[in-house]
Write a protein that binds this ligand. Structure first.
Ligand SMILES: *[C@@H]1O[C@H](CO)[C@@H](O)[C@H](O)[C@H]1NC(C)=O
Ligand SMILES: *[C@@H]1O[C@H](CO)[C@@H](O)[C@H](O)[C@H]1NC(C)=O
Ligand SMILES: *[C@@H]1O[C@H](CO)[C@@H](O)[C@H](O)[C@H]1NC(C)=O
Length: 350
């Protein structure tokens, strides 16, 4: 439910900003008649709303990117990132009006991957100089780790800005009351942001006489979002069931506190059986599910159906593909057309 509320609040904020934009337009027309100082104040206000609605757009694009990555990562799993039988990406506006049934492992993943994608997107747009007031950072005052044959320099991705903005957009949507649900959601939002940070990679450049690399400067830059998605999927698998005791999350099985440092994904409710169709809990079921051997191989497709006690039925198909491509001087590529066989497996009743 939280996520649906989250998304719907984001959308209403977007609308709100669109409205603000038009009233600002009207206001701007009267600017000419105002005193210099008032003019400045209004322009400042205007650029504030401009920056705000720009961030709204980036937040929305980031949210989409996160859900897209979720569908990609889980395409051939029993839970395939569909909610209430809908593709979350395409159906985002409808998704807004529906509710996520419970605080399950899947809800946790959706929170973390959305928050991660928004952090990633804001940080990325900052590097592209698309966000006024955000610049990449020079880490030259930071001590380099390791054997010291390099220095920080150049332009590092401003992950602090990305995290801060994401936090203020997403975390403020949770209920201020410290109920278990909101504590769990906030925790998973943070896990998402932290995974983006822990996957930053170091990139370096050599300086000095040709090829000598006397001086190496390095900067931190974002990993591709697919890398973040892969790590989040791993965390989803290792997620732990928790309870809220005295405002702290405690692992149910080992009865020990989950700290923010653990960066574990957490959930409150057990998942429904996604093999079985039950729209009350948002499960479309696995009957009729298809899987292509081009994506994951035939064995994985078979075991996907078998794991739900359904019968895998293989169908051989053909398609035309480019092949024996040759470079033709100059400058084009000529290809022949070949027929390629592939198979699609459908999960059917035994
Ligand atoms: C992020 O937020 C923290 C605390 O709210 C603040 O101290 C820090 O300066 C912020 N960093 C950036 C880059 O905005
Ligand atoms: C769907 O799941 C809910 C919760 O587990 C259960 O109470 C209900 O009976 C299920 N409905 C069907 C049609 O299986
Ligand atoms: C997920 O699986 C269901 C059937 O189990 C299917 O209807 C839906 O299109 C799939 N969603 C995605 C994103 O592949």
């Amino acid at each position: 439910m939280r996520l649906a509320v989250t998304v719907s609040v984001i959308f209403s904020l977007v609308l709100l900003c669109a409205e603000k934009g038009t009233t600002q337009d009207r206001k701007e027309k009267t600017v000419a008649t105002l005193q210099h100082t008032q003019k400045l104040t209004l322009l400042k206000l205007f650029s504030f709303f401009q920056a705000y609605s720009l961030l709204q757009r980036i937040v929305k694009a980031g949210g989409h990117r996160g859900l897209q990555e979720c569908e990609r990562q889980f395409k051939n799993e029993v839970w395939n990132c569909s909610i209430n039988g809908k593709h979350v990406v395409r159906e985002l506006p409808i998704f807004v009006k529906t509710t996520l049934p419970q605080a399950t492992r899947e809800t946790a993943l959706l929170h973390a991957i959305s928050s991660a994608a928004i952090t990633h997107e804001i940080t990325f747009q900052c590097r592209q100089n698309k966000i006024p007031g955000c610049r990449c950072v020079d880490l030259k005052n930071e001590q380099p780790k390791g054997n010291g044959d390099w220095q920080w320099g150049g332009c590092s991705d401003n992950i602090w800005f990305g995290e801060n903005k994401t936090k203020s957009f997403i975390d403020s949507l949770e209920s201020p009351k410290q109920n278990a649900r909101s504590v769990v959601n906030l925790h998973n939002n943070e896990v998402g942001r932290k995974v983006v940070r822990s996957n930053l990679k170091r990139e370096c450049k050599c300086h000095g006489v040709t090829g000598s690399c006397n001086l190496k400067t390095c900067w931190r830059s974002l990993a591709p979002f697919e890398t973040v998605g892969t790590e989040l999927k791993r965390k989803y698998r290792n997620a732990v069931k928790v309870r809220l005791v005295d405002n702290t999350l405690r692992e149910q099985q080992r009865d020990k506190p989950v700290t923010r440092r653990d960066k574990k994904m957490v959930f409150l409710d057990s998942s429904p059986d996604y093999c079985v169709r039950n729209l009350t809990v948002g499960s479309p079921g696995m009957l009729g599910r298809t899987c292509s051997d081009e994506d994951v191989g035939l064995n994985k497709c078979r075991s996907l159906c078998n794991s739900c006690k359904l019968k895998p039925e293989k169908e051989l198909l053909e398609k035309q593909v480019d092949c024996r491509c040759k470079f033709v001087w100059c400058c084009s590529v000529k290809c022949a057309t070949c027929t390629k066989e592939y198979s699609v497996t459908t999960c059917t009743k035994r």
